[in-house]
Design a protein around this ligand. Structure first.
Ligand code: KG4
Ligand code: ZN
Length: 344
């Protein structure tokens, strides 16, 4: 069964084709991605209207590229999947509209996929795929959640951020340090030259006793320190502040993830979402998990941030799990706000 996946929830247009025949993990046959980062950089963040227009321009050529890479024709596609939410409404409508038109013209079923389910299952496409059940740390630009995942479609939220997401904390702090959008990878790079102990920054909710997160206070603390250093902040101070910020975010993510794993009695942790690409997070999780006999899995680096492969994969795994009744209905809606706990 060939499944074409289309991702257009934010600032990346992603398309991929997987083969979900049989019961094994779907096989990625081809994928292609266009990132809008360069376009939004001038504005310091995503401009939703520009994002939607660019998805329109990119999506059909990307579909062509994927079909060529996979050496398949559109007529061979069995299901067209798209990101139904959460995300920017206009951007989501592009993927949904294209998927439904394609489905209608090919007379094939169309399926809306939850973006975070895509992130969550993306480590199954890695060289070291996990097995169920596991605890998942989902850390993206818009979400920070700890979840218990027993099987495809069974997502129990154990804790989540009460304000900013981890990626947002990276991005907003980076902006305060004068770094370009998206700040996470830039801040991580600058942090390599800095001392993570140079500034004492708060670790919000670290000892709250629950598995929730809060990152908005950290951003305020970074702002206070940046103001103290003033306009003539030295390059070393900037790097030190970047390193201290990264250390604070990573520290909380690692400690809460371990707590969630210990409380669950499981021995497996899966990390997914854009912040999962962070080297310091990976290093600290690896050593903490090794010490406690916990297996930790990540998506391939290229599949940490938004992409079409995770959408095609999630669609394939849902079909394999018998969770989807494949219908040839082409009216569509999108869900800009949509909790993963609401799906099954
Ligand atoms: O999952 P994602 O691509 O988009 C959402 O669904 O939100 O995540 C994007 C987020 C951004 O906040 C970006 O700054 C962050 O992931 N990110 C990183 C790194 N790479 C991406 N944060 C820290 N270190 C990185 N290496
Ligand atoms: Zn995402």
């Amino acid at each position: 069964m060939l499944i074409l996946g289309i991702e257009s929830s934010c600032d990346e247009t992603g398309v991929a084709l997987v083969d979900a025949s049989g019961s094994g993990v779907p096989v990625l046959l081809g994928d292609a991605l266009h990132s809008q980062i360069d376009m939004h950089q001038a504005y310091g963040g995503v401009v939703p209207e520009l994002a939607s227009r660019d998805h329109i321009r990119r999506v059909l050529p990307l579909i062509d590229q994927v079909m060529q890479k996979a050496q398949r024709s559109l007529a061979q596609v069995d299901v067209v999947a798209y990101t139904r939410g959460p995300g920017l409404a206009g951007a989501l409508l592009v993927g949904a509209g294209v998927a439904c038109s394609l489905g209608a013209s090919l007379n094939k079923p169309v399926m809306g996929v939850h973006h975070l389910e895509g992130h969550l299952l993306s480590p199954f496409l890695s060289a070291d795929p996990p097995q169920f059940a596991f605890i998942a740390l989902l850390v993206s630009g818009g979400h920070t959640q700890l979840m218990r995942v027993d099987r495809v479609g069974s997502y129990e939220v154990l804790g989540e951020t009460i304000d900013d997401a981890a990626g947002e904390a990276f991005d907003k702090s980076a902006k305060l340090l004068g770094l370009p959008y998206p700040g996470g990878p830039h801040l991580a790079k600058l942090a390599q030259q800095g001392d993570p102990a140079a500034f004492k920054l708060p670790r919000p909710l670290l000892h709250s006793g629950d598995l929730d997160f809060s990152f908005s206070g950290l951003k305020t603390a970074v702002l206070t320190q940046a103001k103290k250093l003033g306009d003539h902040m030295s390059e070393q101070s900037r790097a030190d502040l970047a390193a201290s910020t990264q250390a604070a975010i990573v520290d909380v993510l690692v400690k809460k993830s371990l707590k969630a794993v210990e409380q669950s009695g499981l021995k497996r942790l899966v990390v997914a979402g854009g912040v999962g690409a962070n080297t310091m997070l990976r290093e600290q999780l690896n050593s903490a998990c090794l010490e406690k006999g916990i297996r930790v899995h990540y998506p391939e680096l290229a599949l940490c941030t938004d992409n079409g492969a995770m959408i095609a994969l999630a669609a394939g795994m849902r079909v394999q799990a018998g969770l989807e009744t494949l219908q040839r209905g082409y009216t569509f809606d999108v869900k800009p706000r949509w909790s993963l706990a609401q799906i099954s």
